[in-house]
Design a protein around this ligand. Structure first.
Ligand SMILES: Cc1cc2nc3c(=O)[nH]c(=O)nc-3n(C[C@H](O)[C@H](O)[C@H](O)COP(=O)(O)OP(=O)(O)OC[C@H]3O[C@@H](n4cnc5c(N)ncnc54)[C@H](O)[C@@H]3O)c2cc1C
Length: 325
């Protein structure tokens, strides 16, 4: 029986593994793909493939990036260390997770069932796609999902932000400090009452377009033209970049019937990253962690591993007391 099984191979899981290794826990990290959403270190330039999508990321670590710490560099450093811990990493898909008394059973696709006293779920989340055939599966440098990482590159540009999530509104406020013009497209009329929208509409370079749905994304290269539609009327915008932030779909299939979730479907955790089930912890994008960035996922993973360590120590102590009495 393992002390701890970590499900996932992204920033949160790898940081949890580093913490577990430091505490000499008997742990196993199980993931289909080590690295999660962070691009492989060998990627060329600043674009990389994520499934079928071409993503513009914050760049692989190279000599220049030694001067600035970026999230992907930290994950690559973790990966290099994990490659030396072969027995601790299993590349496999987890099919199910069950609670068995005070321990857990983790069923994998190719390596059977593994048992552990504690489990950390860090299976991530996928950005909700724009439902248009030419963009649903496709990302390019000037059409991106996720608004939170690019404000430094937008000086003097005209951009469109689609969505009214907290991140979309916060990023619009941030972009407004450097971009020339921001069209904030809010398809969902339910968001109309949000005070942040009224505040953003007072900024000189922000135009809020409420109730518009995105009818087409066009342009050469793709993502320079946006056709919007409201009540049968169309409006066309030409921009330098489009950011889509319609929220995320957390990968919670393994724990759907096991732990409490938030109204948006994220795993609910407390400030120790503990779920509603004792011994089961969650970290990173699969929880409603504020930030949704590599560095915040790293913090989450370490905190979850610390809590799991504490759980393992207390459950071992309780078993020893039971055995002695
Ligand atoms: C388009 C885009 C651009 C981004 N750009 C940046 C950026 O520039 N800077 C930044 O800091 N952040 C960026 N982010 C956010 C960042 O990528 C995430 O916050 C971070 O990767 C979250 O890490 P995680 O470990 O929680 O999840 P993930 O990295 O998503 O990892 C989840 C892991 O779980 C594994 N997994 C899932 N289900 C199973 C299963 N059943 N069995 C086994 N394994 C499973 C997956 O294979 C994967 O390894 C971006 C996100 C997106 C979508």
């Amino acid at each position: 029986m393992y002390d701890l099984i970590i499900i996932g191979g992204g920033a949160a899981s790898q940081s949890a593994a580093m913490y577990a290794q430091g505490k000499q826990l008997n742990f196993l990290l199980i993931s289909e793909h080590l690295g999660g959403k962070v691009e492989p270190a060998s990627a060329e330039g600043r674009d990389y493939m994520f499934g079928k999508m071409l993503i513009h990321y914050d760049g692989p670590d190279d000599e220049e990036s030694d001067e600035q710490l970026i999230g992907s560099s930290v994950v690559h450093q973790f990966e290099r260390q994990l490659k030396h811990l072969r027995d601790r990493v299993l590349e496999d898909r987890v099919l199910s997770l069950r609670q068995d008394g005070t321990s857990f059973e983790v069923e994998t696709s190719a390596s059977g069932v593994k048992q552990a006293r504690a489990v950390i779920v860090a299976t991530g989340a996928k950005p909700r796609r724009l439902d248009l055939p030419n963009v649903a599966d496709h990302l390019v440098a000037n059409l991106g999902y996720n608004t939170t990482h690019h404000s430094d590159t937008l000086r003097g540009r005209e951009i469109a932000v689609i969505g009214a999530t907290d991140e979309a509104l916060l990023s619009t406020a941030e972009f407004a400090q450097s971009a020339t013009k921001i069209y904030l497209v809010v398809p969902n009329l339910d968001a109309a009452e949000r005070p942040e929208l009224a505040a953003l509409a007072t900024l000189k370079n922000v135009e809020v377009l409420q109730g518009y749905r995105v009818a087409e994304v066009k342009g050469e290269p793709l993502g320079r033209k946006l056709v919007l539609e409201r009540d049968g009327t169309r409006r066309s915008l030409t921009v330098d970049s489009i950011f889509i932030d319609l929220g995320y779909e957390p990968a919670t299939a393994l724990v759907k019937d096991l732990v409490e979730q938030t109204a948006e479907g994220y795993i609910r955790v407390d400030r120790r990253n503990a779920t509603s089930v004792p011994g089961l912890f969650a970290a990173g994008d699969v929880t409603r962690s504020e930030g949704e960035q590599v560095l915040t996922a790293i913090g989450d993973g370490a905190r979850a591993a610390r809590s799991a360590h504490f759980h393992v120590l207390t459950s071992l102590a309780a078993s020893a007391v039971d055995a002695a009495s």
